[in-house]
Design a protein around this ligand. Structure first.
Ligand SMILES: NC(=O)c1ccc[n+]([C@@H]2O[C@H](COP(=O)([O-])OP(=O)(O)OC[C@H]3O[C@@H](n4cnc5c(N)ncnc54)[C@H](O)[C@@H]3O)[C@@H](O)[C@H]2O)c1
Length: 262
């Protein structure tokens, strides 16, 4: 129960990884405000937390809309009285396309949810955390934000932007006790990857890029996010914790393999 007495807000927590972060936070004793664009899905996660003896509040809101994010934080304050932790998790990856085929609408959609949403939610909790004397913000980026993925131009750009946003906010807001960090997962066996998990050939080809030769178990990412919320992590600020089984440091076609020297 490392987070007893804390109130956490998790965006995009109606399913996938957000749901798991919410359940993990509740298990550590936090009261959890569960956001999702789909209010019914947020309510399902909140119910699940309560079924396990925790306390939760469900909030339907679109993180890419300023009025929604402000209303969401106002509702958390009204219902739960504070916000100690914000997990900026809501994200979309709706298409894989060559850069020249990405439409303006597709670009805006991805950037608005994945990058502007992180900015808006962080800005919405800022006055609350400042008034409280501190807080933790964890931004969910991706390994795609570190080296850029073919076919994922706006997604990669949005996730790289999240890393830069993390560093600037950490620099500006640590004077108020607000620590801001990012987590960059690689391939997770869950969430938005669920539709491909049954395609064993594709999964093996992707896992081949990972030195550990497998996708992450979702709980291997949850544990890192929880750690960043806890007291033990209080000197970590403006950092990006990469949870990708070593993929980022490992080019897709390692030169030693190409030269036949391994
Ligand atoms: N699954 C992976 O392998 C992986 C790897 C790296 C990073 N990530 C990142 O982790 C985060 C969660 O991904 P996931 O795999 O759980 O995806 P998911 O598709 O399973 O869940 C995303 C959730 O966000 C919600 N959402 C979408 N748009 C929203 C909006 N505008 N406002 C509020 N909620 C919204 C969806 O309704 C959904 O419940 C994303 O930021 C994603 O980019 C995932």
């Amino acid at each position: 129960m490392r987070l007893a007495g804390k109130v956490a807000l998790v965006t995009g927590a109606g399913r996938g990884m957000g749901r798991r972060y919410a359940l993990g936070l509740a298990k550590e004793g936090a009261v959890v405000a569960v956001n999702d664009l789909k209010a019914d899905k947020a309510a399902e996660t909140a119910k699940e937390i309560e079924a396990h003896g925790g306390k939760a509040l469900a909030l339907g809101a679109d993180v890419s809309k300023k009025e929604d994010t402000e209303r969401m934080v106002a509702e958390v304050m009204k219902g739960l009285g504070r916000v100690d932790i914000l997990i900026n998790n809501a994200g979309i990856n709706p298409f894989i396309l060559p850069a020249e085929k990405v439409t303006e609408e597709g670009w805006d959609r991805v950037i608005n949810v994945n990058l502007k949403g992180v900015f808006l939610c962080s800005q919405a909790v800022f006055p609350v955390m400042k008034e409280q004397g501190g807080g933790r913000i964890i931004n969910i980026s991706s390994q795609a934000g570190l080296f850029g993925e073919q076919g994922l131009l706006p997604y990669s750009v949005s996730k790289a932007g999240v890393l830069s946003l993390t560093r600037v906010l950490a620099y500006e807001w640590s004077r108020y006790g607000i620590y801001v960090n990012a987590v960059a997962p690689g391939f997770i066996a869950g969430g938005m990857n669920e539709p491909i998990l049954g395609k064993t050939e594709l999964v093996s080809a992707l896992a081949e890029r990972v030195p550990l030769k497998r996708f992450a178990d979702p709980e291997e990412v949850v544990s890192v996010v929880l750690f960043l919320c806890c007291e033990e992590a209080k000197y970590i600020n403006g950092a990006t914790i990469v949870v990708d089984g070593g993929m980022t440091g490992y080019p897709p076609k390692p030169i030693l393999d190409l030269l036949g020297r391994r």
